[in-house]
Design a binder for this molecule. Structure first.
Ligand code: BT5
Length: 333
């Protein structure tokens, strides 16, 4: 039994879950359940226990770097072997790029509680208030050519979508190239930056921003009309969540780093194809009528597929196919 499965189970249910049901679902004894519950209580979880009713999760410690380290220990070979936590930072990507330039171990993670200059693509801003979301950047040194760098974004999107699905019941999809979506609302984004010579990446930083406990009241201007968070989506799905419990950033960060570790190893051993294939399965873009904005140019067509380099193959109305390496996709209804 993975330790966090018990927490996942308690989070999925709205009221008490009996010890017998937990034991059955996880395939362990009731004594093992009781031991795990106590372990999580020591880690700061408040779990109500009643001999007649079972267990109910009241509160989770929201972001614990120690717990992330402990949960990863022995389960990852590259990602998160070193974790640097900063309470507030300009941008975790900028800090990680600086660290990587001076040299740091591959898989080093910079994670922050808040960013004052969170970045999106093309100099856009990433809303990064304290105490709410995941802002983390991972240093990678893959032996791939700069033109293959987009696969790092695809790999991260696949890892994040899979991880969030494991921790919650939220149906996350990926919108090309870097958006994590729930329906047509943006849950998170990925920003990959690289330092490269002519034919080789010297280092890359993958920056991941995911809205975990962001409320609508935290979103200024029009952001609330297109952004969402795990907490907002949970509220939609559960009566108890209407009262608003916070989701654990720790659990999501741990799952993301485990998935990143798994997919990175697949990339290095097997190549890009399995990642492109999985990306296609998780995508909400493929097969849809889309508008793609590339700088000042706008193309409309059907999103056919992506190639192994992550380029979007847009089928234009004249039946020709346009390969697009970067841009902003709007799904047309
Ligand atoms: C992205 O850019 O989606 C990449 C976001 C990457 C953020 C992470 S946080 C950790 C690391 N450190 C950084 O400094 N960055 C990375 P893009 O596709 O360009 O989308 C940017 C647009 O998303 C903005 O122009 C807003 O419209 C919207 N946006 C900003 N903050 C948002 C948020 N928290 N949630 C949803 N949408 C947001």
């Amino acid at each position: 039994m993975k330790n966090e499965e018990i927490i996942g189970l308690l989070k999925e249910k709205t009221g008490f879950v009996s010890g017998a049901e937990i034991a059955d679902t996880l395939g362990v004894t009731r004594t093992a359940v009781w031991k795990r519950i106590n372990l999580f209580r020591k880690k700061g979880y408040t779990i109500d226990g009643s001999p007649a009713k079972g267990y109910r999760l009241i509160e989770s410690p929201d972001l614990s770097i120690e717990e992330i380290r402990n949960s990863l220990s022995g389960h990852v070979s590259v990602m998160g072997k070193k974790i640097i936590f900063l309470e507030t930072v300009g941008s975790t990507n900028t800090s990680a790029m600086e660290l990587a330039g001076k040299w740091c171990e591959e898989g080093t993670v910079v994670i922050a509680d808040a960013q004052t200059g969170g970045k999106g693509r093309l100099g856009r801003k990433w809303l990064s208030p304290p105490g709410k979301n995941i802002y983390m950047s991972i240093v990678l040194r893959p032996e791939i050519s700069p033109r293959d760098a987009t696969v790092l974004t695809l790999m991260s999107a696949v890892s994040c979508a899979t991880a969030i699905k494991k921790c919650s019941s939220i149906p996350v999809t990926i919108k090309w190239p870097n958006d994590l979506m729930v329906s047509d609302m943006k849950l998170g984004g990925i920003l990959t930056e690289i330092k490269a010579d002519m034919d080789r990446i010297s280092h890359a930083v993958v920056g991941i921003g995911i809205n975990i406990n962001l409320d609508l009241t935290d979103m200024p201007g029009e952001i609330g009309s297109f952004a969402t968070s795990i907490k907002i989506e949970q509220k939609r799905g559960s009566a108890e969540a209407q009262n608003g419990y916070d989701f654990s950033r720790t659990l999501v960060a741990v799952e993301i780093l485990k998935e990143m570790d798994r997919w990175y190893s697949i990339l290095l051993t097997t190549g890009k194809k399995p990642i492109a294939d999985e990306w296609m399965l998780l995508s909400s873009t493929i097969g849809r009528a889309v508008k793609v904005t590339v700088g000042d140019a706008v193309f409309t067509g059907i999103a056919g597929s992506i190639d192994e380099e992550g380029m979007l193959m847009l089928e234009l109305p004249d039946n020709s196919v346009k390969k697009i390496s970067s841009g902003d996709v709007t799904i047309l209804r």
